[in-house]
Design a protein around this ligand. Structure first.
Ligand code: ZN
Length: 408
């Protein structure tokens, strides 16, 4: 009888055939004896996380995979970012994400990440709590050069453009409303005043004085983007009757989990980078089954290699995942193991694509099919067929015998 679930999401796992790999994908070219064995004990298939014809973002795809239709529950990256750093949103709030960045005296962006500055907490603190015309700004540091921002006050809207033009050597954008509403105009005006004030404060901040002396890039502008508004989201436990936790290195994935009310477990060595300790994460996933019913583990770096076009790096990283996946051979009979990705990140494109990704379900009651390898082509022959991300949780509930009867 199934009692527990481990869901492993390998970010950007899927790819396309690569000539230099003998027309194999990095996942096909990688030696993956452990995942192949798991696939041979599984029901396999292919998954479009958002549906055919969509290029998924990591945030929307994770929402769908965890059973929250992104069309209903996604409200901008900002909301996920602020939740991920532990901030609590209230009704009416607007959430933004931002970078501490470098601008010159004409507000031309010199570096969108201020030389990838780290330790931005004192800068965030200097901006935290500023009030402009009845709107309070809460600012907390994110990972690296990032910040999370909440605007709290009456009559706010997330219908505003990004101040971040997403490239250097151009001026910062003035925030403008995306619709004709009074709320959007009001929000854009207040945010512009805040960003100007933030610049004045950051320009004179002791940390920047020090950087100026050392000849380092100043972190003198807060480039904001991804405005989102508070949305009421039913928590994972209420919705699925599973107590859930998340093991991830990257802030976005912790944010998605926290947004759905899952606990976020910090595992030493989990960095979200190629040097991440995958074994430590998988071990933590297995040990947390004692406390939780549903453990979501995220592994990031295959996606980063895809975005860099580094197919050899991607292949080698997949082999690292596979080596750690040997730990799952020992999971007990009561555990349903799901391994998949959130989207494809083909090395040839250096970006996400709409190609589906392999998925396997392994556990008691699963109709094991004839697929014996975990990759993009073998899994097309599996019993699950082609599914979408939002089909996963109903299939989990089905295997647990928890789906309600339709009809009589
Ligand atoms: Zn992703």
């Amino acid at each position: 009888m199934l009692e527990k679930v481990i869901l492993v999401i390998c970010d950007g796992l899927g790819d396309r055939p690569i000539k230099d790999l003998g027309n194999l994908t990095p996942l096909e070219a990688a030696k993956t004896p452990n995942m192949d064995k798991l696939a041979s004990e599984s029901e396999c298939g292919m998954m479009y996380s958002l549906g055919r014809g969509c290029v998924p973002g990591s945030d929307t795809s994770h929402l769908n995979i965890l059973g929250y239709d992104y069309r209903e529950y996604y409200s901008g990256r900002g909301t996920i970012e602020v939740t991920g750093v532990g901030m609590k949103l209230k009704e009416g709030d607007v959430a933004l994400r931002g970078n501490f960045s470098t601008v010159d005296e004409n507000f031309i962006i010199k570096d969108r990440r201020a030389g990838r500055i780290r330790g931005v907490a004192p800068l965030a603190q200097a901006l935290d709590g500023i009030e402009i015309d009845g709107v309070t700004f809460f600012v907390k540091p994110g990972t690296g050069h990032r910040a999370a921002i909440i605007m709290r006050g009456k009559g706010l809207s997330s219908a505003i453009i990004d101040a971040d033009p997403h490239k250097p050597d151009v001026p910062v954008r003035e925030v403008t409303p995306l619709d004709e509403s009074i709320e959007a105009k009001h929000t854009a005006r207040i945010l512009n005043v805040f960003l100007k004030k933030a610049w004045e404060i950051l320009q004179k901040h002791p940390l920047n004085e020090e950087r100026r002396k050392k000849g380092e890039l100043l972190a003198n502008y807060l480039l904001v983007r991804g405005a989102g508004q508070y949305k009421e989201v039913p928590c994972f436990k209420e919705r699925y009757a599973f107590s859930g936790c998340c093991i991830a290195g990257g802030g976005l994935y912790k944010g998605v989990a926290a947004y759905l009310g899952m606990d976020v477990i910090d595992v030493p060595g989990a960095t979200g980078l190629p040097d991440t300790d995958i074994e430590a994460k998988f071990r933590a996933a297995i040990s947390n089954l004692k406390k939780y019913d549903f453990v979501f583990v995220h592994v990031k770096a295959a996606d980063s290699f895809g975005e860099d076009g580094n197919f050899r790096g991607k292949k080698e990283f997949i082999e690292k995942i596979d080596h750690a996946a040997r730990l799952f051979h020992e999971t007990s009979e009561n555990t349903l193991l799901i391994i998949t990705g959130d989207h494809s990140t083909p090395c040839a494109l250096k970006s996400h694509s709409g190609d589906p990704i392999p998925i396997i379900f392994r556990g008691t009651g699963v109709r094991v099919d004839k697929v014996a390898a975990f990759n993009e082509r073998d899994c097309t022959c599996g019993g699950l067929g082609i599914i979408t991300g939002i089909d996963i949780m109903p299939q989990v509930l089905n295997l647990f015998g928890k789906l309600p009867l339709t009809g009589a």
